[in-house]
Design a protein around this ligand. Structure first.
Ligand SMILES: [Ca+2]
Ligand SMILES: [Ca+2]
Ligand SMILES: [Ca+2]
Length: 283
């Protein structure tokens, strides 16, 4: 509308200062434009502020795995060479826990169980292995570590177990306070818990804490008796909740906070986002 007037001369309006009218119209147009932009920015800001934090139920479903029940003896020495490992469930690859992408290197976790225990076989490709802690219940997540969070039932109370490249072990029972949407508000750990019957061993190829050369991998073999978790052997079809995580560091690059089933919420301690661990039948 304004452009139409500007394009056409103002002859019918003799006595008017046509240029002045056009300048006023342009100023008015400019002010309206600014006002429109300001209102639009305000509306956008309000929309962003009003956008609710996504609840666990609005996010993609967590992953699910069937853990096979197998029979086979293993020597817990860090070597995953026993034939039973080839029939285990395999979880791979791992992803950034915030959903921002796939891991830089490669993580693989093998899982199976028998009448007495759950078995985990971790294989972590790693060109720069970084670990110095060895004491039980060290803050391994400040270096490099793989972790399992697992619960047979309640989501606000679960076990946290960790293994690092030097054979270090962390075990605790976590109590997590969840809000109405099921998002973690706060959590605390009872580090005095000890998985007394658990056995684990590491095999490593590389030179930890020397970033000038290129390492290859570290792996962990774990046998965790169900009795350590206060449980009897699960029946086929039982479903527990759990997730598997890894902290990976590489000199000069951001720390990777990896998970099998990304929580897509802040942090690893989001039990409503744990995966579904179904115990399978005997194979
Ligand atoms: Ca072995
Ligand atoms: Ca402990
Ligand atoms: Ca590393």
């Amino acid at each position: 509308m304004f452009d139409a007037c500007v394009k056409h001369p103002c002859e019918p309006f003799a006595g008017f200062d046509c240029d002045l009218v056009i300048r006023k119209i342009r100023r008015t147009k400019s002010k309206l434009h600014m006002l429109f932009l300001a209102l639009w920015a305000l509306a956008c800001a309000q929309a962003i502020a009003a956008e609710p934090t996504p609840g666990p139920k609005t996010l993609p479903a967590p992953k699910r795995v069937v853990i096979p029940k197998l029979h086979g003896s293993v020597k817990i020495d860090g070597e995953l060479t026993e034939s039973v490992w080839t029939n285990a469930a395999t979880l791979q690859p791992f992803y950034e826990n915030d959903g921002s992408g796939k891991e830089r290197e490669h993580t693989e976790l093998r899982l199976w169980y028998d009448d007495t225990a759950l078995y985990l076989g971790w294989i972590c490709r790693d060109i720069d292995i970084q670990a110095t802690f060895t004491n039980r219940d060290s803050k391994f997540w400040e270096e490099e570590v793989v972790e399992m969070f697992i619960t047979p039932k309640a989501l606000d109370k679960y076990f946290e177990l960790q293994w690092n490249p030097l054979g270090g072990v962390f075990d605790a029972i976590i109590t997590n306070t969840l809000d109405a949407k099921g998002i973690s508000k706060a959590f605390e750990g009872d580090w005095s818990f000890t998985a007394k019957g658990m056995k684990s061993a590491v095999k490593l190829k590389g030179t930890p804490n020397d970033s000038n050369d290129k390492d290859e991998f570290w792996q962990v073999e774990v046998m965790l008796p169900f009795v350590d978790l206060g449980q009897t052997t699960p029946k086929a079809g039982d479903v527990w909740r759990g997730n598997f995580y890894r902290f990976n560091r590489t000199k000069g690059l951001p720390v990777e906070q990896l998970s099998w089933s990304p929580t897509l919420l802040p942090g690893f301690h989001q039990p409503n986002r744990f995966g579904f661990l179904e115990f399978g039948s005997f194979q």
